[in-house]
Ligand binder design. Structure first.
Ligand code: FMN
Ligand code: SF4
Length: 705
């Protein structure tokens, strides 16, 4: 057996009297699978899978203590009545049956209690603020999304009530009663949600709390509500019952928001009130601007400094969160910067992370690629789905049945769809041959890691799986009828990706107009790249880079491309979708003057909303000119003419990159249909759906072969 690493991560720990088998927790994440507040089988399957995968403690997605009052969804756990206890007990029993421990997160949603708005109640707040939120990011949302955003409130306008003494006494009691029910149901711990802009966190924050009574003003006063909730809970559940409190280490974009130092001092007060652990998260005042800072950070270990400061101020365990990958988590634990780590999206992507690490199989952990597809569904009051894990919220598909008879499956195309189909078929017992035209695996995913480094994790994981499962890989091989026939397969899966064309306008075929494929070839030095647009020097650089092996590593290309790239000073990108927008930012970061022309009214549409909002903001900050509703009329050597409304305009560009004109391409599959072998198509070749579409369609086809 391979040597076990991550000793700090795998060491047992303790919160109050509760023994935990290792240091990895699942933080609260709404699955929205409850039915009118009742725990459903889907919720149980979701959390049980993560507990069975070795996670020391799973914390359920936030539940409402006074549900439906103060609730954010009708699909979240409810704690407001004893009738909810049996459902919670079923969950606790299921978690215990696989050796796990269960914590439930208790919340009053305050100013985001959408159910209050839907039901015509005012939302409870410490103070009414006049400032209107900046909703400009929503201009890139089509009507379907805007309607989705209004689901939980049923499109009604929120009203607010400033909490008075009676309201606060009621809130404290509701928390205490909820905790009693949770304990009675056999749950091992509770977490009080005092972060993310919900009621308790708005009291804690000077930015939201403008009161001058005993609940506002000084930090002691602002922390009073959380402290009183902790004390009331302890009276009901007993001093020994573990109570965790989740806090914002920082509030992004909020004038007078919490600072790490204030959080640390608040944590000390909350410890004094009886809390047994502090969980350090963060939040953004305007989710439409800063959601990828908080509560779902884009950077690995983004809240590390906040956590360290809290740790210095308390004696109880501190839990770190924020793109915690095993390596940084182990390091932080070793350095004493925290006592536990929460891995959110990473455990959505792979529930078995802890078991795999314990078995010395770190590389087999399916990575989260930070794409925000999961959480986007929460904005629509829906169930998260994961781009890389089709079993999220549908655990039944995680179980892959063995094939009844061994088949030989030929997969054509070594991008994410092809690799995923090959992986799943091989796990099910098929002999798999994977044919790839290029010289390496990854396809467009390999290229995308240049602009989106987290995608590299997926390339690496899929490549490792292909090797681990002994899949035959034929690189630099054209999948002709003859090649396929010679392999004599039982099944063919075509994953050759989309067709990328040039715009059919005058000048559309000029040498400086590059499709994404050609640009990829030029930047990555692929042999078959069309180098017609390269100068002599450019050809020399690419040839030298290729022969020195410099172009085999995405990291190296990323840094080399800061010095030289085969594109001019002014670049026009045609198409402001996922690829166009990310490419624009990449080019702008490398000193190019970039204009993006998007034919439709919305930029970045295929990206999940939080990522889209950030991409638009970042591109704009880098000076990229974003033009919506722009249809290209013609292209010449120095510019692209486009029409917007009644008028025509010109965007200067000595290089034009076409990131639109992407269409499914079933031509190879169609040409193979008369071979008498079943042919199925996955990924962009059948419907352009990027990584999520590729992984999901491939998984489905391969699990049903
Ligand atoms: C789909 C989804 C739902 C979430 N719901 C909650 C929630 O109910 N309560 C909460 O405190 N945090 C919630 N979060 C935030 C996570 O607990 C976690 O702090 C965040 O995802 C950052 O950790 P990560 O980078 O490991 O994903 C949610 C995150 C996701 C992805
Ligand atoms: S959807 Fe994307 S961000 Fe969410 S868990 Fe899956 S890979 Fe990670």
């Amino acid at each position: 057996m391979a040597e076990t690493q991550f000793n700090a991560l795998l060491a047992p720990g303790r919160i109050a009297g509760l023994k935990l088998s290792n240091r990895v927790l699942l933080p609260a994440m709404d699955m929205n699978l409850c039915v009118e507040g009742e725990i459903s089988d889907g919720e149980i399957a979701h959390y049980t899978a993560r507990a069975a995968g070795g996670t020391a403690m799973v914390i359920t997605g936030t539940g409402a203590v006074a549900w439906p009052v103060g609730a954010t969804s009708r699909h979240q756990p409810a704690f407001s009545d004893d009738r909810f206890i049996p459902g919670i007990r079923r969950l606790a029993d299921s978690i215990h049956a696989v050796g796990g421990t269960l914590c439930m997160q208790l919340c009053h949603h305050g100013k985001t209690a959408s159910v209050d708005t839907a039901d015509g109640r005012p939302q409870l707040v410490p103070s009414v603020l006049d400032a209107k939120p900046d909703l400009s990011a929503l201009r890139d949302s089509p009507m379907s999304e805007l309607m989705g955003l209004a689901t939980a409130t049923q499109g009604k306008k929120a009203s607010y009530k400033v909490a008075d003494e009676d309201d606060l006494a009621w809130v404290i009691d509701q928390f205490a009663q909820a905790a009693r029910r949770v304990k009675e149901a056999g749950v091992d711990a509770i977490e009080i949600h005092a972060a993310h802009g919900y009621l308790l966190s708005t009291f804690l924050s000077r930015g939201y709390n403008k009161r001058d009574d005993r609940w506002g003003g000084s930090l002691e006063n602002r922390a009073r509500l959380t402290c009183e909730v902790v004390k009331a809970i302890k009276v009901v559940v007993g001093a020994d019952y573990p109570v965790i409190v989740r806090l914002n280490g920082f509030e992004f974009g909020l004038e007078d928001g919490l600072t790490p130092d204030e959080t640390a001092r608040a944590a000390a007060l909350i410890e004094e009130a009886g809390a047994d652990a502090i969980h350090v998260s963060a939040n953004a005042h305007n989710p439409f601007a800063d959601f990828t800072q908080g509560p779902l950070p884009a950077e690995v270990g983004q809240y590390r400094e906040y956590t360290k400061i809290v740790k210095q101020h308390v004696t109880i365990p501190v839990i770190a969160v924020g793109r915690m990958l095993p390596e940084i988590a182990d390091e932080m634990l070793q350095l004493g910067e925290c006592d536990f780590v929460s891995m959110g999206r990473q455990l959505l992507a792979d529930p078995d992370l802890v078991n795999k690490i314990r078995e010395g199989q770190r590389k087999t952990v399916r990575p989260c690629i930070n794409c925000y597809v999961c959480v986007e569904q929460n904005f629509f009051d829906g169930n998260p789905k994961c781009a890389v894990n089709p079993a999220l919220c549908n655990e039944s598909v995680a179980v892959l049945s063995s094939m009844t008879s061994a088949k030989h499956v030929v997969v054509v195309g070594g991008g994410p769809g092809g690799m995923e189909a090959a992986r799943v078929a091989a796990i099910r017992g098929a002999k798999v041959t994977l044919i790839e035209k290029g010289a390496r695996l990854g396809g467009t995913l390999w290229f995308s890691q240049l602009t989106t480094p987290a995608n590299q994790l997926l390339v690496d994981w899929l490549t490792h799986e292909i090797e681990r499962l002994n899949i035959d890989v034929l690189l630099s091989t054209e999948a002709t009828r003859e090649v396929i026939q010679a392999l004599n397969p039982d099944d063919i899966v075509v994953a050759t990706g989309a067709r990328r064309g040039l715009p059919e306008v005058p000048g559309g075929a000029l040498p400086h107009v590059l499709t994404g494929d050609v640009l990829r070839g030029l930047i990555t030095g692929e042999k078959d790249a069309d180098s017609r647009s390269l100068s002599f020097l450019g050809k020399l650089v690419v040839t030298a880079g290729r022969s020195l092996g410099l172009l085999n590593s995405a990291d190296r290309i990323r840094s080399l491309s800061k010095a030289w790239m085969p594109v001019g000073k002014r670049v026009v990108v045609i198409g402001g979708g996922l690829v166009g927008l990310e490419l624009a930012e990449y080019l702008a970061e490398r000193g190019r003057l970039v204009t993006v022309l998007e034919e439709g009214p919305h930029m970045g549409l295929p990206m999940a909303m939080p990522r889209r909002w950030t991409a638009v903001i970042k591109a704009t900050k880098h000076g990229v000119v974003l033009v919506r509703d722009a249809s290209v009329v013609s292209i010449d050597k120095v510019s692209v003419r486009y029409r917007s409304g009644e008028d025509e305009f010109e965007a200067h560009g000595d290089t034009v990159v076409v990131a639109s004109q992407v269409e499914p391409d079933t031509s190879l599959a169609d040409s193979l249909r008369d071979l008498g072998i079943r042919v199925q198509v996955v990924g962009d070749a059948v419907t352009v759906g990027y990584i999520e579409g590729a992984m999901h369609t491939a998984h489905k086809v391969a699990r049903e072969l």
